[in-house]
Design a protein around this ligand. Structure first.
Ligand SMILES: [Ca+2]
Ligand SMILES: [Ca+2]
Length: 154
């Protein structure tokens, strides 16, 4: 999605992956980009965007950056993946027992919130009014669902 933001304006996106039935979410990514849009006629200070990414409680962000400031024009991204251990040749008495052996480490399901706040900076003279910036954001949630197992005949 793409937006024009004025100074102090906030863009927020909240996604509850459970309410939206995304399954067992194992991959989440956000990428975002800002550009000056309008700028001062004679001089201009770079616009900035403050960002805060809030994962669901209990998710380990593995050191990914959760907050900071983007100086326009520039881009940033956030990407997190779970590890999924699927049993290989392990014996299980039933299909259900086999499926219970699938393990998702650091599952990513829950409510994700991202918030971006524009800081629009003008230049030094009366001719240098700057009223906005251009902002774009993309996101992707990938879920695993519907595992099935087939029972083997000996
Ligand atoms: Ca601007
Ligand atoms: Ca500016």
């Amino acid at each position: 999605m793409s937006q024009i933001l004025e100074d102090g304006q906030t863009f927020q996106l909240t996604t509850d992956t459970e309410a939206q039935n995304f399954g067992n979410v194992t991959s989440v990514s956000f990428s975002y980009y800002c550009d000056e849009g309008q700028q001062g006629l004679l001089s201009d200070e770079p616009d900035e965007v403050d960002f805060i990414i809030t994962p669901p409680a209990g998710v380990d962000p593995y050191g990914e950056t959760l907050s900071g400031t983007l100086q326009c024009p520039s881009s940033g991204d956030f990407m997190l993946n779970s590890d999924v251990n699927v049993p290989g040749d392990e014996y299980a008495a039933t299909a259900e027992a086999y499926l219970s052996l699938i393990e998702i480490i650091n599952p990513l399901s829950g409510t994700w919130t991202v918030e971006f706040t524009a800081r629009v900076n003008s230049g030094g003279t009366a001719l240098d009014a700057d009223n906005d910036l251009d902002f774009e954001m993309y996101y992707d949630f990938t879920g695993l669902d519907g595992f099935t197992a087939v029972e083997r005949e000996e």
